[in-house]
Structures are given as structure tokens and as C-alpha cells.
Design a protein around this ligand. Structure first.
Ligand code: SF4
Length: 877
């Protein structure tokens, strides 16, 4: 059905759930009730999309080393650098590093340029960091990178196992669908994760296994399936290698698995018995499995259990890899990884290469895989790469050994960066920056985790001189002399070519075939409704592999014997703790978009390290202390969050913070570039580190109306808040003059200062007045300052008096709401606890009183956690 007048149907640009969005310029977005991925739901990030589309900080013109240049000049510089490098040093001296944020049309054209025209497969994507091990595992087992099932399977299963997947925060709408189905049908949910995440809230029981021991757990399951006589004898005809896989798993006895995973025998028995007894079982897995130096084997250990039982591609059963990014799947389809050709064709297969080259009528075709992400930046460092183009991603922050990556990018003679944001840690390293169109301004398609292709549609005007990525790439291709091959005038024209090539792939027996869309005209492309591939004359959507037909040479699935391997780096006396990295609920990647929303930053606005209380005691770390987390690769300084959610011996630090938002919090500087030998995916969850209390002479909190530049103290973390910004501060030496410090901090040299000293507590509070109102407030003390931050920020925005703000707390008539739990309705933890005390005894009851949890639902696990926290106290009263 068409959207109402002025409303555009499009797709959320964040996670791989791929929710449909109804958008209108200047209005809050809504979930699209007709999109099959979300049926109207949105999470907190999706709900705040309209707050992230402003032009603040946008890159609006091409620049060369900070100087504005014309598009013609910019395109000529990129084309010249790539042509000269290829001519002088060979095609493999050039490289593209792209992103799961690109649309399929962008990805397709980038691949065509590199693999078919420049003649190198040195194009890799940041999706290498999140799901390359699933791709490798799928290809090994199925002969194709195929997700067998659909989202509906999670709702139709009788048991869902979530492995290394914080679905509640990383794929929130899928979590909501599962939660709703569980409430209706009583689905048994089991979480497998060393850390207790928000997702565990939905679990009937948790398997908090030792970090990195997942392959032992699933080998043990395989052995238990055999021992229970639960192998599917009919489906066995569709398998190769089952006996070898079973033989390799036989030493995974219950006792051995208990030793390796640290799980109790009783827990293991319960899990294995439940899994074996449940015909409809879906095993969902994501970064906790993939981000490992043995990630592909871990994937194989999961696939083996589904294959030997034939529980694959049937309603409510199958293994299910969920992708991190909105178009990671689209990138996989167009060959966005350095070891693939377009449309699931193989780079090492001469017939496939010949078919693609023939279709493109291209002068060349890559004959061997290119450099995967980690190796690509190593080649930058050692001088092999002479021209590098980075699109829509921030590798100076997000890649392992991020400091070395930054140096590697600096070492490349020519670097172009396409982005929507002017100042990122990576654009700072570019020779030429190219302004790309952002979400809301660009048009194309994306594919979500269950193979559904959706249209992303523009609903905002393109600002400045920004251009869509596919067009920038076509412009460069034409400037390099390939006029006809890159003559596309629209994303629809690119899509038609791509769909036609998929027909060639389909004719070669590949799974990915959308050739029924190859003749789509511009109007039909514009109206294209979400559709799950394949979309050919003979196949339409649906599941794969229930019929036992695979894309391997034998036509049978290839099971792999798995020998579990522990993480490569082990804790030592110098670095005794395991570092786990991941996401938080309301932020996305390197904060370039979600940090524009004060609402999203209210949930978590400061980088942190989750530390188990026993480890905190051992290392002398107190509540809210700052901690240095370090190893020989580097150091970050973040806030300590003492919690039993993270197991003893581990710390968890989120991946989002960059040098734009914190003094030293790029956690990937601590992650070594160790990769899985098959997938090239880095081990991002098993670095080892030491932690120590950061010795600050003072701590501070500042809130300002308007802009706040990076403060320059030894520690700072800033976030959008209210009508401006807020910052947490600390330093090793106190300023001699607090008022002068505040004036510098708030860039208000003429402002009048009102200062309150508390000599007993050695604290100081400063309000700066400019133009008759408070411009900013600063609180400083020897210990982390204890004030009601939300109250101060709100008061500043509302024009409260200096006296009211410097009190740091609301009066008795206005209670402190506490840290934000529900971002949609701005409900704080203290407000929720008060409602519970007043008799709201369930999440639904809290929703009725406060509306918290009734919109996107992302905070419902936290509401349940607050209920749990309050119950013992209420029972005792
Ligand atoms: Fe966007 Fe949230 Fe949906 Fe993911 S779950 S696509 S972040 S609205």
C-alpha cells in the first residue's frame, strides 16, 4: 500500500534487522506496519532517526587537505591517483575499504570498478569485522553463503538458542518479535554468553560459559545427539563428512565439556536434553561466535548439529546468523568481500570469472582473492598500497590495532575518504574528502539478515554538493576512461544490471538469483515492495535446504570436524584480564550519527568498562572510578562500572567512542590483529589487558548551552545534552583558577562567574552568566561528583537560575529522575523505582503509569531488572 501523502517508505540504516520506516521531513519517523521485518515496530535508535539528520558537522563540499575544491577536481585527483598507481605498481597497489552502510547499488559499482576494470580484488568491507566467519562457515558447509531461514522461524520455533548475541540491544526489533512470540506460545529461550546481557532477561536459563569455549559446547551437543540416537537417518543422505565430524566430537564428553566451558553438568544435561527433544529449534548467533580467531570453526560446530538432525530450512528450525549492519548481507551478495565475485560467484572458479567478465565486457577480471581488511591495512603500512579509497567507515577507530591502522593510512601516498561527516578520526587522514549523501537523501536497496531486499528512499533534499556513493564511483570510473561501463544515470539502472548478472549466476547453479527483477522499470523500482530472494522465474523467497540440495560440487552439505581452539592470547601476569568488546543499546558504530541525538546519549553518554566487583576489589577500583585499561598495544581511560554481569577475569568495553567524543577511549587500539584463518575476521572479544585506577586529582561535570569543544583535560568524555553538551572531566592537577578554567572550557571569556566553594568537601561549583542567562555550569571535586546530572542539563535548557543549577539537585518538590532508562519518553531509573514502590509490579504496570517501555520496547529488559532490584527490598518492608 502506498504511504500517505508526504510520507516516504524507507529502511532504517542501523542494524541488520532492516526495519521499514515511514519518514517525513521535519517529523519523527514511525515504524512501517507493512514491512515484514518489523511490522510497525522500531527500537530506540530507529525511533530517534529524525534527530540525527541535521546538517551539523556535515561534509558539504569536496576538500583537499582542508581546502575546498570542485567535484571535477576531486574526481580527477582520485582517478589520476588510482590510474597512476595501477600503471606504475600494478592494480594490486590500489585498494577500496568500504562499508555495510553502503547501499547495494553503491557496493555493486565499487566491485565492478575494482574487480572488472582496475583489475584487483583489493576491495574489502567493515563487514569483515562482524560476520565474515558466518560467510566462511556457510560456504564451507552449504557451498554458498545462504542464510537458510527467515525471521518467522524465531516465532515458530519451540526453542531458540541465542549464542554470543545480545539481541535485545543489537537487534532490538527481532528481540521484541521473539519476546512477543514467547509470551504467546511459551517458546523456550536459552542464552549462551559469558556475559549476562539484557537479552538474558528473556531466557528460561542461561549458559554463562567460559569465554571462547563455544565450540566445546556445540561439539558436546553433537556427541549427545549421536549418543541419544537422534541423528536423522533420512537427511544423512544429503551430507558428506558427518562421520568425521561426529568422530571429532566424541571426545567432547559431558565431563570434558563441563571442564572446558565451566558449566555445571546438570546445566549441560538440561540444555542437551532440551535441544535434542525439540524438533523446532533455531540457533541464532552473531558477533560472540564470529569475532574469533576460530570463528569459522565455531560456526561449523553449530551448523553440524542442525545438519545431522535435518533441522534446517524447515518451519521453526535452523541455524540463523544475524548480521550487524543494515546492508552487510547486500555486500555479501554483490561480492563486497575481497574473496568473492558478484552474485555469490566464486573468484577462484574460472567459469564464474569468465561469466562475470563476459557480462561486464570488462578488460580484465581479478583472478585471485584480494587483501582482507587486516591484511589490507598491513599492506598500507608496508608500502604495497599506493592509492586507498575509504567509503562510509571509520577504520582509524574500528579496526583492531587502531593506532597502527591510523599510521598505516598516513603512510599511503594517496588517500580518499567518502563520508557524510566532515571531521572523523579517518577523514583527518585523507588527501581528498568526498561528500556523500546520507540516509534520508539517497536511494537504493539493502538486504537484511533474512534475505529481504528493501528499498531505501530519499525523503530529504541533498545538502551542499553531496552525491550518492554509486554516482561518485561511476564518476571516477568514467574519469579513468571507462565511459560506457559506468554510464549509469540512476540507482535503478545499477540495480537492473545487478539483477541481470544474478540471472547469469542462477544459470550457473548459484543460489542468489533475482533475475525476475532485471527488467524492472524506474517506476516499479521506485515502488518495489520488500521481497525475499531468490526472485527468479522458478524460485521466490522461502527457506533453503529442507530438500537436502546444496551448492557444493557433490550437491551435499559438507560437515567439518571441529577441534575446539582456545583464544590465541591467554591472560598473563602482565595482562590478567580478558577484554570483551561490543555495542550499547542506543549508539551505533563510531557515533557519527547517534551521538547527534541528546535523547540517545542520555542512556549511556560516557565510555565505560564493566568490571566484576571481585576484580575491582583486587585492583583497588571503586564505584565510578576512572580506570586505565591497557596492554602493550595501547591504553584507554574509561569509567568503571562494577557489575556481576561481566564474569570474573573479564572486562567489557564498548566499541563506539572515538577521539571526537572522548580523550582516550578507542578500545580497538587494544585489540590485536589476530584473525581467523578461513574468514580473516579478527578476534575482537579476547584481547588481554590490565586495569588500574586512574589517579585523578579532581573529577568534574560540565554542562553548557551551545557548543563544547574537546576540553583538553587528561580525561574527558562529551555528549549532546539538552540545549547543548555535557562532559565528564578529570585531570591529574587542579587548575589554579576555576573561573578561568570554566571560561576557557565554555569559550566564554567575558562571562560573569558565580562560584561556590565547599571547603569541607573541597568541591567547587561555577556558573557562567552571559547575556543574562546561565551559559554553562561546572562541578568539580576530588572524587567523582555526585549530582543529578539529568536535572542540571534539563534546568540549563529550561533557563533555571544559577542558584538552582548550582544546587546540583532538584528541590523536594521535584525528584531526581535518575539515569535515563526509557529514551522514548525520557523516564529515569529513580522514577521507575518510585513507581514500583507505589505498586507497579510488572513491566506492563510501569508502562501504564509512566509510558516507559510502551513505544519501542528497547528498555523493557532494564525495567525488568529494576523490578528485580526492588523486589527484595519491598518484600522486606
Ligand atoms: Fe533500526 Fe532498531 Fe530496526 Fe535495527 S532494530 S533496523 S536499529 S529500528
Amino acid at each position: 500500500m502506498a504511504a500517505s501523502a508526504g510520507v516516504t517508505r524507507t529502511t532504517c540504516p542501523y542494524c541488520g534487522v532492516g526495519c521499514g520506516v515511514l519518514a517525513r521531513a521535519g517529523q519523527p519517523v514511525k515504524g512501517d506496519p507493512e514491512h515484514p521485518a518489523n511490522l510497525g515496530r522500531l527500537c530506540s535508535k530507529g525511533s530517534a532517526l529524525s534527530e540525527t539528520v541535521g546538517l551539523e558537522g556535515r561534509l558539504l563540499h569536496p576538500e583537499a587537505r582542508g581546502q575546498r575544491i570542485t567535484w571535477d577536481d576531486a574526481i580527477a585527483r582520485v582517478a589520476r591517483a588510482f590510474s597512476e598507481a595501477a600503471a606504475e605498481h600494478g592494480p594490486d597497489s590500489t585498494a577500496l575499504y568500504v562499508s555495510g552502510q553502503l547501499l547495494t547499488e553503491d557496493y555493486y559499482i565499487a566491485n565492478k570498478l575494482m574487480k572488472g576494470y582496475i583489475g584487483t580484488a583489493n576491495i574489502d568491507t567493515n563487514s569483515r569485522l562482524c560476520m565474515a566467519s558466518s560467510v566462511a562457515g556457510h560456504k564451507r558447509a552449504f557451498g554458498s553463503d545462504t542464510v537458510p531461514g527467515t525471521y518467522e522461524d524465531l516465532e515458530q520455533a519451540d526453542m531458540v538458542v541465542l549464542v554470543g548475541s545480545n539481541l535485545a540491544w543489537c537487534h532490538p526489533v527481532l528481540y521484541q518479535r521473539l519476546a512477543a512470540a514467547k509470551a504467546k506460545r511459551g517458546i523456550r529461550v536459552v542464552t549462551v554468553d559469558p556475559r549476562r546481557t539484557a537479552t538474558a532477561d528473556l531466557a528460561d536459563y542461561e549458559l554463562r560459559l567460559a569465554p571462547g569455549s563455544d565450540a566445546w559446547l556445540f561439539n558436546g551437543l553433537l556427541a549427545a545427539i549421536e549418543a541419544a540416537g537422534a541423528l536423522d537417518p533420512d537427511y544423512a543422505a544429503h551430507l558428506d563428512g558427518a562421520e568425521e565430524a561426529l568422530a571429532a566430537a566424541r571426545d567432547a564428553t559431558l565431563a570434558r565439556v563441563a571442564t572446558e566451558t565451566g558449566l555445571a553438568l546438570q546445566t549441560l544435561t538440561r540444555f542437551y536434553t532440551d535441544w535434542i527433544a525439540t524438533e523446532r529449534v533455531v540457533t541464532v548467533y552473531s558477533q560472540g561466535i564470529n569475532q574469533s580467531a576460530s570463528g569459522t570453526d565455531k560456526v561449523s560446530s553449530i551448523l553440524n548439529t542442525h545438519l545431522v538432525t535435518g533441522r534446517i530450512g524447515r518451519v521453526g528450525s535452523g541455524p540463523f546468523s544475524v548480521t550487524g549492519q543494515p546492508n552487510a548481507m547486500g555486500g555479501r551478495e554483490v561480492g563486497g568481500l575481497a574473496n568473492m565475485l558478484a552474485c555469490h560467484l566464486e573468484i577462484e572458479n574460472p567459469a564464474h570469472r569468465s561469466a562475470v567478465q563476459g557480462f561486464w565486457a570488462s578488460p580484465t577480471i581479478s583472478t585471485q582473492p584480494g587483501l582482507k581488511a587486516i591484511d589490507l591495512f598491513r599492506a598500507c603500512a608496508d608500502g604495497r598500497i599506493k592509492a586507498l579509497w575509504i567509503m562510509s567507515t571509520n577504520p582509524a577507530v574500528s579496526l583492531p590495532e587502531a593506532d597502527a591502522v591510523r599510521a598505516a593510512i598516513e603512510a599511503v601516498p594517496f588517500v580518499a575518504v567518502s563520508d557524510i561527516i566532515a571531521r572523523t578520526d579517518t577523514t583527518a587522514l585523507a588527501d581528498v574528502v568526498l561528500p556523500a549523501s546520507g540516509w534520508g537523501e539517497k536511494s537504493g536497496t539493502v538486504t537484511n539478515s533474512d534475505r529481504t531486499i528493501s528499498r531505501q528512499r530519499a525523503f530529504l533534499p541533498t545538502p551542499g554538493e553531496a552525491r550518492p556513493d554509486w554516482k561518485i564511483i561511476c564518476d571516477v570510473g568514467r574519469a579513468m576512461g571507462w565511459e560506457d561501463a559506468f554510464a549509469h544515470e540512476s540507482p535503478a539502472a545499477v540495480f537492473r544490471e545487478y539483477a541481470a548478472l544474478s540471472g547469469v549466476a542462477g544459470a550457473l547453479g548459484r543460489d542468489f538469483d533475482i533475475s525476475a527483477l532485471a527488467e524492472i522499470d524506474d517506476t516499479a523500482y521506485d515502488r518495489l515492495a520488500p521481497v525475499r530472494w531468490p526472485v527468479s522465474a522458478t524460485k521466490q523467497g522461502g527457506r533453503f535446504f529442507a530438500d537436502g540440495r546444496f551448492y557444493t560440487p557433490s550437491g551435499r552439505a559438507q560437515l567439518r570436524p571441529v577441534a575446539p581452539r582456545a583464544p590465541e592470547v591467554r591472560p598473563s601476569a602482565e595482562t590478567p584480564l580478558i577484554l570483551n568488546t561490543g555495542r550499547v543499546r542506543d549508539h551505533w558504530h563510531t557515533l557519527t550519527r547517534t551521538a547527534r541525538s541528546a535523547r540517545l546519549s542520555r542512556h549511556i553518554g560516557e565510555p565505560f568498562a564493566e568490571v566484576h566487583p571481585d576484580d575491582a576489589a583486587r585492583y583497588g577500583i571503586g564505584v565510578a572510578d576512572l580506570v586505565c585499561v591497557s596492554n602493550p598495544l595501547g591504553e584507554v581511560v574509561v569509567r568503571a562500572l562494577l557489575t556481576e554481569r561481566t564474569p570474573k577475569g573479564s572486562v567489557f568495553v564498548p566499541m563506539h567512542w572515538t577521539d571526537q567524543f572522548a580523550s582516550k577511549a578507542r578500545v580497538d587500539t587494544l585489540v590485536p590483529g589476530l584473525v581467523d584463518p578461513y574468514s580473516g575476521q579478527p578476534e575482537s572479544k579476547a584481547a588481554t589487558v590490565a586495569i588500574a585506577r586512574f589517579g585523578a586529582a579532581w573529577h568534574g561535570f560540565a554542562a553548557v548551552r551551545g557548543e563544547l569543544a574537546p576540553p583538553g583535560t587528561a580525561y574527558w568524555a562529551r555528549a549532546k545534552a539538552g540545549a547543548g553538551w555535557q562532559a565528564e572531566l578529570a585531570d591529574t592537577e587542579a587548575p589554579a583558577d576555576w573561573e578561568a578554567f570554566a571560561r576557557t572550557l565554555f569559550a566564554a571569556p567575558e562571562a560573569q562567574a558565580i562560584t561556590v566553594h565547599d571547603s569541607a568537601r573541597q568541591s567547587v561549583r561555577v556558573a557562567l552568566i552571559a547575556d543574562g542567562q546561565v551559559a554553562g555550569v561546572l562541578f568539580a571535586a576530588p572524587e567523582p561528583v555526585e549530582i543529578a546530572r539529568a536535572h542540571v542539563v534539563a534546568g540549563l535548557a529550561e533557563g533555571a537560575s544559577a542558584a538552582a543549577l548550582l544546587a546540583g539537585r532538584p528541590g523536594a518538590d521535584r525528584p531526581d529522575p535518575g539515569a535515563t532508562v526509557c529514551a522514548c519518553f525520557d523516564v529515569g531509573a529513580n522514577t521507575v523505582l518510585a513507581a514500583i514502590e507505589d505498586g507497579a509490579e510488572s513491566v506492563e504496570a510501569i508502562g501504564k503509569v509512566l509510558r516507559a517501555g510502551t513505544n519501542c520496547g528497547s528498555c523493557r529488559p532494564e525495567l525488568r531488572a529494576l523490578l528485580e532490584r526492588a523486589r527484595p527490598r519491598l518484600a522486606a518492608e
